[in-house]
Design a protein around this ligand. Sequence first.
Ligand SMILES: [Zn+2]
Length: 74
Amino acid sequence: MTDRNVPLRAVRIEPKCPTCGKPADPKYKPFCSKRCADIDLGRWLKESYRVPTDEVPGEDDPENRGDGPSGQRG
Ligand SMILES: [Zn+2]
């Protein structure tokens, strides 16, 4: 078994569009089209704009209640 018959071709690494995976267009590198570039940019901006919301689940500690002992009901 010899692997000498492997065709050695100069493989050029072509950049692929990160959005759709198509070969990138030098005009819109590294994207294949302006559309894909816009899509990616939009996505990126969204991520950037997404501020961490402080979702505090309501500070409702039973120990924090200055309402005395539970009891009187109805
Ligand atoms: Zn694309």
